[in-house]
Design a protein around this ligand. Structure first.
Ligand SMILES: *Cc1c(COP(=O)(O)O)cnc(C)c1O
Length: 374
């Protein structure tokens, strides 16, 4: 049966990883962010590939994701970016995971669990230096440092914070966040708290803010071939990793003035050839692409006509007469010398490339190409 597939090009992932390495050099280690199924690219295969390329750390949101990685044989250190719930502490100890810590009640819980298990638990302290989201507010960091310092069983390995707007042209707020972070490092040092890894840089920091590299960097989107925004000062060449493909399910000739799709929102202006594709919003192909999106077929662009429905989408191929049933159709990625990027789709649906990858990544059928893992 015809169906839609995601292709994940692991050679492109390796290229992007090598671009990060080239930027940060040997001084900073790399934490590959593979949360949310590696931004839809398949967490386990991506993690294995990065591990084979020498990534020093992996980052996920939850202990559930981390346990999946461990069960699949991934042995790199894993940072739990959202921290943990109390009932996850035994898993953390058992699987050797590293939670981020930003609550004093969790600090105490972790300490007593570590002492009870006679196993030190590594943690990274997360400080909010201005983003206003997760982390200890930087003005309260000193008390938190002192608390953590007083607790046995916790092995403080890292200090991290997150940029709110490093992808924007104006870097003044990022510089302010970085300066606050540096002050925190001094404060901590003054009470004898030192970190193996201080880290702040996401992809935007890696690309535009070399001062933010410190001992570890945390690339996400750039590993997958996406730039964090169009406003960067020194964009680096990257290769998109994900391709979304489907096939022509049915091809039909219709006269002028024929409606297409739900709501009859499109009327043919001439005798037309309409190709119906077995993909829809259930596969992450956004309904906002109705009468707006474009796809590639026979190395040409064809417009989406009518509404995208749950499992089907219609495109006008009147101007591409060679199109046949079962022809390959590319919705994201390259075909011949044409390319549809996640940025192009994101601009049409009012979002960012990150969300496009996550949405398409929900498609279960993934093919991994060019793996280097034995
Ligand atoms: C998701 C995430 C990143 C990666 O951000 P990108 O913009 O994709 O590079 C880095 N750090 C933290 C804490 C994150 O949650």
């Amino acid at each position: 049966m015809v169906g839609s597939t995601i292709e994940i090009d692991l050679e492109a992932l390796r290229y992007n990883f090598s671009q990060v390495r080239k930027l940060v050099g040997q001084t900073a280690a790399i934490l590959g962010v593979v949360k949310s199924d590696a931004y839809g690219h398949g967490m386990v295969s991506v993690a294995r590939e990065l591990e084979n390329q020498g990534v020093e750390y992996l980052g996920v949101s939850t202990s559930r994701e981390a346990m999946t990685l461990r069960q699949e044989g991934v042995s790199s250190p894993i940072l739990l970016l959202l921290g943990i719930e109390k009932d996850e502490i035994t898993d953390v100890i058992h699987h050797g995971l590293t939670p981020v810590l930003y609550r004093s009640d969790f600090a105490r819980e972790l300490s007593s669990a570590a002492l009870a298990a006679d196993t030190p638990i590594p943690v990274h302290l997360k400080i909010d230096t201005g983003m206003g989201r997760l982390g200890v507010p930087y003005r309260e960091a000193k008390d938190f440092f002192e608390l953590v310092q007083s607790l046995d069983g916790i092995r403080v390995e890292g200090l991290l914070s997150h940029f709110a707007s490093a992808d924007e042209h104006d870097k003044s707020f990022s510089s302010q966040q970085l300066e606050r972070f540096r002050q925190l490092l001094i404060q901590a040092e003054n009470i004898g708290l030192n970190f193996r890894y201080a880290h702040m840089a996401n992809s935007a920091g890696i690309i535009d803010l070399p001062d933010s590299y410190l001992q570890l960097v945390r690339p996400g989107i750039m590993l997958y071939g996406g730039l964090p925004s169009q406003e960067l000062h020194r964009p680096v060449p990257l290769k998109p990793v994900m391709t979304l493909k489907t096939r022509v399910l049915q091809l039909k000739e219709v006269p002028a003035d024929s409606p297409v799709g739900y709501g009859c929102t499109y009327l043919t202006s001439r005798p037309s050839r309409i190709a119906t594709l077995p993909i829809g919003y259930d596969d992450g192909y956004d309904r906002l692409l109705s009468n707006k999106g474009e796809v590639l077929v026979r190395n040409r662009r064809a417009p989406v006509v009518g509404r995208v429905s749950m499992c089907l989408t219609t495109v006008d191929v009147t101007d591409i007469p060679e199109v046949q049933p079962d022809d390959e159709v590319v919705l994201l990625g390259k075909q011949g010398d044409q390319e549809i990027t996640a940025d192009e789709i994101a601009a049409k649906t009012g979002t960012i490339n990150y969300e496009i990858f996550c949405n398409f990544g929900g498609l279960r059928k993934k093919h991994f190409l060019n793996s280097s893992v034995p």
